[in-house]
Each structure stands twice: as C-alpha cells, then as structure tokens.
Design a protein around this ligand. Sequence first.
Ligand code: NAD
Length: 350
Amino acid sequence: MQASIRCTTGRLNGRTAERHDGRTTGHITHCPNHQIKTEKKSADQSEQYKYRVAMSHISYLIILFYSYLTPFFSPDYSLSVMSAVSEPVAIITGAASGIGLALVKHLIAKGWRVVMADINDVAGLQAAQDLGSDRVVFHKTDVGSWSDQVSLFQRAWQWSGMGRLDLLVANAGIFRPDDICDTGSDDTPKEPALEVLKVDLFSVFYGLKLFVHYSKKNPQPSGKVVVTSSPTGIYPFPFGPEYCSAKHGVIGLVRSMGPRLQKQGIYINAVLPGFVLTGATPAAVSSLVPEDYLTSLGAVCKAYDMFVDDFTHFGQCLEVSVDKVYFSNPPAYCDEAQAFITSEVWTKLD
Ligand SMILES: NC(=O)c1ccc[n+]([C@@H]2O[C@H](COP(=O)([O-])OP(=O)(O)OC[C@H]3O[C@@H](n4cnc5c(N)ncnc54)[C@H](O)[C@@H]3O)[C@@H](O)[C@H]2O)c1
C-alpha cells in the first residue's frame, strides 16, 4: 500500500499532498507549492479519504440529476410540451376576476395559452376550472412580492415547455384610499397605508424585469407587455391620491421604457380603461354613473388587441371610454431647455 502525505497547514490543509505536488509515495516532508510541513499518515486513512471523495461525487451527481431532470417529469411540463412550439403564451395578473378574467377568456378564444396569476386562489382556481381548458393554468401570486413573481415566471416558463413567453398583462390592481388629511388625535399620525403603491406600481417593475429576463430566452428574443393603468393615471383624482399616483407611475414607466425596450424587440404599452363594472368598482359609485358612461369589458379587450396584435406601438397609452379609444400623448415640453434636459442630453450618453 502507498503511504499518503497530508498537508497540515496552508490553503491545502486537510487535503493529501499528491493533489498538488504530484508525488504519492516516498517520505515527503514538505509541500513544494506552499512551503508547509507535512506529516505521514497511514495507508488506511488514505483509503478512507478516497472513499469519502467518491461518496461526495456520487451525492453531487444525484443532486444534479434531480435538479435538472425533475421539471421534465412534472405534469406542467408534460402537458405543455406538445403545444409549446406553436401557441403563444401569456401571463395575466389579476386574472381571477373582472378585466383580467375577461382577457383570459378573450386570449384563449384567439388561440393563446395563459398563466392566470392572482392573490385570490379560491376565485382563481375556480375560474381556471370553469374555463375547462388545458390552455390555462392558475398560479397563486401576490404581485407585490418579488419572490412570488419570481415563482410565477418560473412556473410559466416551465409550463410553456421552457420555450416561449410572449406576453405579460400587468393588470392586478387595488383601490384602497388612505386619507392623508385624517391625521388622527395622537401626537404622531399613523404611518400612511401605501399597499396600493406596492400592488399597482411596484409590482409592474417586478413583472417587467422578469419578463425582460425571460423574453431573452425566447427563440426570437421579443415580447409584448401591456400594463393596465387608468384615466386617473393622466388626470387628477382627489378621491384616491395613492391610486392616482400609482397609475401615473406606471404610465411614466411605460413611456420611459417604450423606446428602450423596443430596441430589444419588446413592445410595452398601457391601456387606460374607463369605468367598467367589476369587483373593484364600489356599488355606491356604480349606482351614480349613468349607464351610457360605462365602458364594457368587450371594448377593453379590443383595446388590448390593439397592442397584442400589433408591432408598431411602443410606449403608448390608450384610453378606452365607453366604446371609443383615444391615444394619450405626453404633454408638450414647456420650452427648449426642458426638452433638452429631460430628453436630448441623455441620448448623448448612449
Ligand atoms: N374597473 C374599472 O373601472 C377600472 C378602471 C380603470 C382601471 N382599472 C384597473 O383594472 C385592473 C383590474 O381591475 P378590475 O376592475 O378588473 O378589478 P377586479 O377587482 O375585478 O380585479 C382585480 C384582480 O386583482 C387581484 N389582486 C388584487 N391584489 C392582488 C395582488 N396583490 N396580487 C395579485 N392579484 C391581486 C384581485 O384578486 C382581483 O382578482 C386594475 O389594475 C384596476 O386598477 C379598473
């Protein structure tokens, strides 16, 4: 049996000397790479060491096998793989009801496959089941949570057969005003409740970042993003300043990112639906709105079509009011100085 030489100091502490000096026999008294002391170990210990190394390699291979191959045996993957190549795949958030659910039905009818995302899993699972289609899958998601959205996109990518992700409709939204003027009677007012900003604004940044990441993996790196904003994203709305700010915010995002993303083959636009009767519209308000001021779900779906089916628009905002659509442009620059500072000077850095 060979004698084994083990380093006792230096970076190779605990590893046999033959790993770095190439010599495995004889009476080695120092390690040439590290100028370190060595000690002689018995041949038995060397055999044990080799056994441990072999076992760790086997464990590593088992972990690799599971992490790479498990997805291919999942029901999602096997269900999807046959149709993955031909049919476009969309993620729709806030898909369990209202505008989101109407869009799910609309896209399925047009031959899409849709990942329905919503925080309400009871309604979402029920809606997916009612659709009775293998073209949809529901994934419980709080869009205000980055990790939930990561998991949503991973699931969607897997379900698509790891081959394509064509569209994100960032639609989930809440209307939950917090009265800034109500400062209470305590010395210090309560912290404002800004959940609306998380759900209606931050979530769109999360989804967009993930969509850009996955769209690069598409066979043709490209895709569409449509964000559901609101007319309150361009007009003042004293009854819900948080909502109004969030909806303004997503328009800023869409207009800013439109031209940049278009260079990467991604077309981002926003739809601003008028007053649509859904779970989000309070009954007290609905009862005050004349019927001929209502916008139908059908009209809203047609507005989405203008962006989903088209490759000319990017960074655009489309208002839908009753049965008409209107492109909403940014305000004109007040003067040459602002035009230069806000827009032109930056292009010189490209
Ligand atoms: N209904 C209107 O008149 C109107 C007008 C303009 C804009 N919008 C916008 O349209 C979008 C859809 O609203 P709707 O009218 O269909 O309302 P809705 O309440 O019917 O649908 C919103 C969906 O979003 C889901 N949701 C809420 N918080 C979520 C979260 N954290 N994560 C994931 N999902 C969440 C809800 O469970 C619900 O299913 C919203 O962004 C809303 O602001 C609605």
